[in-house]
Structures are given as structure tokens and as C-alpha cells.
Design a protein around this ligand. Structure first.
Ligand code: ADP
Length: 480
């Protein structure tokens, strides 16, 4: 089946597929070919307010629905995702550029989030807290927060919505979502799937267009009780500020600057393999990508040699072609940003050992690149690269490596390869990160709380914590 089955060139508001009031549209481009694959409505505040009206009107119905009926809808949603996995994956690859294998994985993990929250919501228990005197009972109960606004990025256009939409619908919250302008179809597909499996009108609304206007309407409206955002720290900070006027609950999955530590005692082949997955997945465009690779002196040369071989074997191309492991970057701005990091590193003594430039495929393709002898004064030590550039730093002392790893405003993911059990527990204590992968470069899983500390964000997605983020806690005292 062709991906066009879910290519919706309209917005989903109150159960209807509609265009912008102005009739204006935005082109959506395939970054691998530069072709326009379709258009989406250029909506603004009026359309967003109507989506909030619809979500507000649908809230009592969804929140009041029997638990097993809500769970049943999630099962259907899970099955619809899996039955259409290839179609949805192709749509994702065409609008975003990532290889088909990664897109298949993304739709698959999205379905797993839906299944996880269908299971987890049945255990969203409250508490009865012992009272200090007889004749009293204290109940602590959980309740859906209300209408939830969701703003998502282009790097995981389907699964970033999965881990927001699934817990929201599980507990009975209704949704107004704004997908990234570069990748709106994977977001709109959630509207089509919700319609297909029979969600009530208004339970899920998807609006595309101006980020400022749609975001502004979501943030201003007192009926939106929670906002969940995945994207840059800069925009996240602005949304936190905007949330103050109506005191919304906020969940923020913001930028990262992940350190990847390789100690002398590590299994180097495993470390290289983990580094490849962590660094080059999605062409380096994930917020948990290894951004700074710190390798201990004794294994530095061996690690770099093996990493170079692995990087040079990566197959770059259109994500729809068989065997392709790295697609294009999202746009030319992303390419220029990577170029800037490389020239800054070169000017400060960095060595480009492979790659370093634009790829022969043209468009926004970029060569997988390694820079060695990276140092803390280079730009990528402080900023998120978001591209296929692996800077390798050299360290001698464990404490230096930990101090450098923590020397950032971010605190999302971190990784370390070592076989020393004592060191593993020390890293668990000392690394100022919301997530730590020990001997693993791929740690995202539906069962565990994904989220950062410091300026990487607030709140968790996945795990039991990912459901709690959509619940308000009420306390009721009963005297008898
Ligand atoms: P990225 O670099 O991943 O695109 P952004 O933070 O720029 O990160 O964008 C993430 C999402 O936030 C996108 O859907 C984008 O349209 C939206 N966005 C960007 N600026 C604003 C804003 N001022 N208000 C609300 N949403 C915004």
C-alpha cells in the first residue's frame, strides 16, 4: 500500500478534515530529493481556538468513558499502527529522510507506547493515607488534567506524539497537537488513525501552520491545562514563560549534549558499536545522540581506528533504498551548522580523520565525520551538534572525564563503557543526567522514564512516570 493512504493535506479539528480559514497552504518537501510531496493548511490562532473548543467539549465524554472502553480504543490504535507499519514508515521516510529500517522502528515503538499506556492506566492507583486520629480517612486519587496541548519536532515526528497522545488518551485527556512544519504528515496520521479506530469527535485534534500563532493560542487558553513540548531548549524556555499566565502543567523534553565515555577497561568493539548507534542513528539528529565522545588514553587509538572503519562502511542515500543507513539532514541550515562545528574544531587543532564535507548525493546529505583531538574549548563541547559528526576527546583521569561530562547546561542522556562495577555505581551517582546507558548506546524504551535534568527539561515520558504526568492528584478528607 502506498504511503499516500495517510498523507492528509487537511487538519483534523472536531472530527472534521478542514483547511485553513485563509485557504493558505505550506509545501512539504522530501529532503532526500527536494521534491514537494504535498501541502498542509497554514493555520493560526482562530483554527487552534476551534480545536481547543472541540477538545474541551470532548473532555467530559472521554474522561467519563469506562476504563476498559478507553483501553479497548488504545488496543485498536496499537493494531492500526502495526497493520499499517510499512505505510506509515514510508510516509515518515518521505517527509523526514530517515532510513526505512529506522522509520519501521519508530512506528513500532510508537505502537509499543500505546500498548504500554493501555496496560499502565489499569494500575493508575491512588492511596488511602493513614490519618493521625480515628474517625478520618484521607483519600489520594488521580484525575486527568484536561485538554493537553502538544508541540512536537521533526526528528521523531511519529513517536514523539505517541508518547504524549497515548498517556493522554489513556487517562481521558483530550488533545490539541501541533506537529513540526517540516514533517506534518506523520502527525496528521495520528488524527486519521484516531478517526479510523473510533475515538469520539474532538478527542484528538491536529493543527498545522504557524508555530508562533498555534503555540500562542495553546499557551493563552486557560482551558488547556497542560502543555507538553519536545524541541529546542530555547523554545522550551519561552513556552515555560508563557505557561505562567494560566499556570499550566508543563512537560519539556529539550536539548541534550550527551557525553559518551569509553574507559580503558571497556570492550572496545562493543563501545564502537554502541557509539555508532548512539551517534549516527537518524544522521545524528536525536536529542540523545552522543555529542562528545571521551575516550581514555590507553584505548584511544584503537577506538578511533575501529570507529573510522565502521563510519566509512555506513551506506548513505535515500532512506527508501535498500540497505541505506544514513539519510540526508533535515535541511541546509542543519548542514551549515555541522560545517561550522567542523571549521571551528579545525581552527583549534581538531583532526578530521574521515568525512568532513557535503556528500556527493547533493541536497542536504552530509558525510559521516570523525574529528579527533577534540577539546573542551571547541563549540561542540557546549552546543548540540544534531548531525553526523563524532568528536573524540582524549582523557587520562576518570575524575576529569566525569567533570567534563557534567560541564554543560544540559542533562539528558549520557553513556559509559566500562566493566568495573564500582565505577558503574560511581557514574550512576556522579553523572548529572536524567538517563545513563552503561555498555549500551540505545536506551529509549517504553518501560522506563525518558527525560532530562538541568536545562534538558521537566517531566518524564514512558514508564509509570509518563502516565503520572497526565494526572492531577486530588486529596479528599472524609470524617466519619
Ligand atoms: P527543532 O530544532 O527540533 O525544530 P524547535 O524548538 O525549533 O526545535 O521546534 C520544535 C517544535 O516547536 C516545532 O513544532 C516548532 O514548529 C515549534 N515551535 C518553534 N517555535 C515555537 C514557538 N515560539 N512557540 C511554539 N512552538 C514553537
Amino acid at each position: 500500500m502506498s504511503y499516500t493512504k495517510y498523507l492528509k493535506e487537511a487538519n483534523f479539528i472536531g472530527g472534521e478534515w478542514v483547511g485553513a480559514d485563509s485557504g493558505d497552504t505550506i509545501d512539504v518537501t522530501n529532503p532526500a530529493t527536494g521534491e514537494v510531496i504535498g501541502t498542509v493548511p497554514a493555520c493560526g490562532d482562530a483554527e487552534t481556538r476551534r480545536a481547543i473548543d472541540a477538545a474541551s467539549a470532548a473532555f467530559d465524554g472521554l474522561a467519563g468513558m469506562g476504563l476498559m472502553e478507553r483501553v479497548g480504543l488504545l488496543w485498536k490504535l496499537h493494531d492500526a499502527l502495526m497493520d499499517n507499519q510499512k505505510t506509515l514508515a514510508e510516509l515518515l521516510t518521505v517527509e523526514m529522510g530517515k532510513p526505512m529500517a529506522e522509520s519501521m522502528g519508530e512506528i513500532g515503538i510508537g505502537a509499543q507506547y500505546v500498548r504500554w499506556f493501555a496496560e499502565e492506566v489499569r494500575r493508575a492507583k491512588g492511596e488511602i493515607v493513614p490519618a493521625p486520629t480515628n474517625g478520618r480517612r484521607f483519600l489520594v486519587t488521580n484525575h486527568p488534567v484536561g485538554v493537553v496541548g502538544m508541540i512536537t519536532p521533526w526528528n521523531f515526528p511519529s513517536s514523539m506524539l505517541a508518547r504524549k497522545i497515548a498517556p493522554a488518551l489513556a487517562v481521558g485527556c483530550t488533545v490539541v497537537a501541533k506537529p513540526a512544519t517540516a514533517t506534518p504528515y506523520s502527525g496528521l496520521a495520528w488524527g486519521a488513525l484516531a478517526e479510523e479506530v473510533g475515538y469520539p469527535k474532538g478527542a484528538v485534534n491536529i493543527v498545522t501552520g504557524s508555530a508562533r500563532k498555534i503555540g500562542g493560542a495553546i499557551m493563552d487558553d486557560p482551558r488547556v491545562r497542560k502543555v507538553t513540548f519536545t524541541g529546542s531548549t530555547e523554545v522550551g524556555k519561552e513556552l515555560i514563560r508563557q505557561s505562567a499566565d494560566t499556570v499550566k502543567k508543563v512537560s519539556m523534553e529539550l536539548g541534550g549534549n550527551a557525553p559518551f565515555l569509553v574507559f580503558d577497561d571497556a570492550d572496545i568493539d562493543a563501545a564502537v558499536q554502541g557509539c555508532m548507534v548512539s551517534k549516527f542513528r537518524n544522521s545524528g539528529q536525536t536529542c540523545v545522540c552522543a555529542n562528545r565522545i571521551y575516550v581514555q588514553d590507553g584505548v584511544y587509538d584503537d577506538f578511533v581506528a575501529k570507529l573510522k572503519t565502521a563510519v566509512e562502511n555506513l551506506k548513505v542515500g535515500d532512506g527508501r533504498e535498500d540497505g541505506v543507513e544514513q539519510g540526508p539532514l533535515i535541511d541546509m541550515d542543519a548542514v551549515e551548522k555541522v560545517e561550522e562545528f567542523i571549521s571551528d574544531a579545525k581552527s583549534k587543532g581538531g583532526n578530521v580523520v574521515t568525512g568532513g564535507g557535503r556528500h556527493g548525493n547533493g541536497q542536504s546529505f552530509f558525510e559521516p565525520t570523525i574529528v579527533t583531538e577534540a577539546t573542551q574549548d571547541m563549540k561542540f563541547a557546549k552546543e548540540e551538534i544534531f548531525g553526523p559528526l563524532a568528536p573524540v576527546f582524549r582523557f587520562k583521569d576518570e575524575d576529569d572525564a566525569i567533570a567534563w561530562a557534567n560541564d554543560t547546561d544540559f542533562g539528558l542522556a549520557s553513556y559509559a563503557y566500562t566493566r568495573d562495577v564500582g565505577r558503574i555505581f560511581k557514574l550512576n551517582e556522579k553523572l548529572q543526567y536524567g538517563m545513563i546507558g552503561i555498555n549500551s548506546g540505545l536506551i529509549t524504551t517504553v518501560e522506563a522514564p525518558f527525560g532530562g535534568v538541568k536545562e534538558s527539561g521537566l517531566g518524564k515520558e514512558g514508564g509509570s512516570q509518563g502516565l503520572a504526568d497526565y494526572l492531577d492528584v486530588k486529596y479528599t478528607a472524609v470524617d466519619f
